[in-house]
Every structure is written in C-alpha cells, then in structure tokens.
Design a protein around this ligand. Structure first.
Ligand code: AMP
Ligand code: MG
Length: 348
C-alpha cells in the first residue's frame, strides 16, 4: 500500500459532526494518509470509489489506524470491479472462482440478506448497473428491450458457494457487485480491529457509512448529522454511541436527462431506478454490515414495505426516512436521540 504518513502537532480533526452521504469522486485508490496527535490518530484514504476518514483514540491508535487502512486496501483489491485482478472481476469474467474466506463470508451474508429482503437486495444486479452506465459514468437510458434481456440474469439464487473449496459459481452470463454491502462489512471489521487494539473511542466515515465506537474522548455522545438531500442544514442530528448509521439516497449517484433524475439504486424486479417514495434512508444499527444491506434493500422496497419490515425487526434497527414528498419520518427507537429543525413524524 502506498501510504503517506504525516505527523502534525496541531491538527485537530473534529468528529463531532459527521455528515453522511459524501459524494464519491475518482482518485488513486489505496493512497492513504495519516495524521497524529497524542493518542488521537486520523487516517484518510480513497477506496471503494469513495473517500474514507478514520479517527481513533488510544495508546495503540496509530497501529490500529495503519492496520485499518491496510485492511481497506486489501478489501478494495478483492471487491473493486474497477480493478482487473480483483476477485470479483475475475469471478465475473470466469463465472466461477475459488475465493478468499473474506469474500466467501461477505457472499454468504449478502445471500442471507437477499433472502430476508425477498430479493430487494440482489448483488447480481450488476449487468443492469452497467447497462445504465454507472460504473463508467457513461450514463444512458436503456430501452425496455435491453432491460428485459438482462432481467433474467438478475437472480442471486442462481449463484452458489461450495463451503469446503470456497468455489463461488455464478449462473449463465451473471455478474455480481458487492457495492451495496462491502463498505458496511469493512466498517464492521475495522471496529473489530480497533477493539483488538484496546481502542475505546473511534469514529469512521466510509463514504455514506458512519460508525462510532464508544463515546467521544470526553465521555459525551457522538453527534452525527444526517445529510439533507435538498442541501442546507442536516435533516437532523443523532446523538449516540456504538452505532452504525448508513445512508442510501437517490442524490448520492445519479444523472439527469430531460429534467428527470436517474439514480444508482436499481429495483431488481423492474431494472429501473427504485422509485417507491424514498429519497434517502438512514439505517441506525449496531451492525454496520446489516445497516448497509438494509439501507439499500429498504430503499428498493419503498415506504410501505420498509415500514412493515422495520416493525418486524424494530429491536434490531431504526431508520430516518426522507420521502419524495419531502416528509421526514423516524422510527420510534430514535425518538430520544434525534433532533431536527424540521417537522418529523415518529413511526410507532
Ligand atoms: P448503497 O449505496 O449501499 O445503497 O449501494 C448502492 C450500490 O449497490 C449501487 O451503486 C450498485 O452498485 C449496487 N446496487 C444497486 N441496486 C442494488 C440492489 N437492488 N441490490 C444490490 N446492489 C445494488
Ligand atoms: Mg447499502
């Protein structure tokens, strides 16, 4: 990894307010930098097509941040579809591949979430993501015929993993993409790594994925701002500890044609950008991998189904939804820790 280490005596990176949903810009993946104060170390890296920022406090914070940056790079090398030798690139080219244990684990988790969300989360959506031009930013609106031709290839149940050989096999002409879950998984693994180094306070932002460990160094709770898709003040602030906050939104990656917006979260049932009443959804959950999978899946499900899903799992996660009608909704578990200058409804 090409990592630049800079020691700065006076730099103070504030993690009091982290805005979710940073927009992704291209750069040199794997090039990271590290800033250090006494017991406070921050690292930055561009990977997985987004900017990532990590801050940890503790005696071993510098080792922890260095190892976290290396972990991010190793995952990026496995799962980036922009890298010609990544495991997923080779899998998509060959149709089958013996994969690493990490890739097998992420695949298995994605498969469980595919089943649990009735296919709203489906990593085999990738041929359609390409058809719309999102990976290359050569955007185009495909014809109905083109979409209909690719829809039969979107069916994660046609993929399989041999648990002994870790041979991952795709169905005919299928391709997969872990874009909807990889950052959450990475976030979760970074927290495990931090804990193994005795870190009790940390905040990381992997693009739109925020995760905080413990409380702030002064013992108070983290205050995490939720980006307003319309710009201006945040939708609200969540005051919390030990949580992941993962946002999926139609404003994060999109193009416009004749005044209409086409965004990057596709409905596997139609092949079109999901369009069921949600502009942005933030999942608040202790498990970042689950938060990432659910943010994408509930965005696809739309308002009604997302609320039903939450009611069946209200002990596990909460949400903040901004609808296409510009209504702000939060689920009841957030009532005590959410504040906003905007009116909002609490879903019971
Ligand atoms: P996220 O930002 O976590 O919501 O993930 C969105 C990314 O996941 C997109 O940029 C696509 O690469 C991919 N994606 C889009 N739609 C889906 C879907 N329905 N299921 C799984 N992955 C998807
Ligand atoms: Mg996601």
């Amino acid at each position: 990894m090409n990592k630049k280490i800079i020691l700065l005596g006076t730099l103070l990176l504030s993690c009091n307010l982290a805005l979710t949903g940073c927009s992704a810009t291209k750069g040199d993946a794997g090039t990271g930098s590290l800033f250090q104060l006494k017991n406070e170390v921050s690292g930055n890296i561009f990977a997985m097509d987004t900017y990532m920022q990590l801050t940890a406090y503790g005696n071993e914070a510098d080792t922890a941040i260095n190892e976290a940056l290396d972990l991010i790079t190793s995952y990026d090398n496995k799962w980036s579809l922009g890298k010609e030798n990544s495991e997923l690139t080779l899998l998509n080219q060959n149709g089958s591949l013996p994969v690493s244990p990490e890739t097998a684990k992420l695949y298995q988790y994605a498969y469980e979430m595919y089943q649990e969300t009735n296919g709203a989360l489906d990593p085999s959506i990738y041929p359609l993501v390409q058809l719309w031009g999102f990976p290359t930013q050569e955007y185009r609106i495909p014809s109905k015929e083109e979409i209909d031709t690719l829809i039969p290839r979107v069916d994660f149940s046609q993929t399989s993993l041999d648990s002994d050989s870790l041979m991952l096999t795709l169905g005919q002409d299928m391709q997969i993409d872990f874009g909807a879950v990889a950052k959450g998984y990475t976030s979760e693994k970074i927290m495990e790594l931090f804990r193994s180094h005795g870190i009790e306070s940390a905040m990381i932002s992997l693009g739109g994925n925020i995760q905080c460990l413990g409380h702030k160094k002064d013992g108070t709770e983290w205050k995490i701002g939720i980006q307003n898709p319309d710009g201006g003040n945040p939708l609200g602030i969540v005051t919390t500890h030990d949580q992941a906050l993962v946002t999926s939104g139609d404003y994060q990656r999109y193009f416009e044609d004749c005044g209409k917006k086409y965004h990057h979260i596709l409905d596997p049932a139609t092949g079109l950008p999901a369009d069921k009443g949600i502009t942005s959804i933030t999942i608040v959950c202790q498990n970042a991998t689950r938060a990432d999978a659910l943010s994408t899946a509930l965005f696809v499900m739309g308002m009604d189904e997302a609320c039903s899903f939450w009611k069946a799992h209200s002990e596990e996660f909460d949400f903040i939804i901004y609808t296409t009608e510009k209504e702000l909704l939060i689920s009841k578990g957030l009532e005590k820790c959410f504040s906003s200058s905007l009116p909002y409804t609490v879903i019971q």
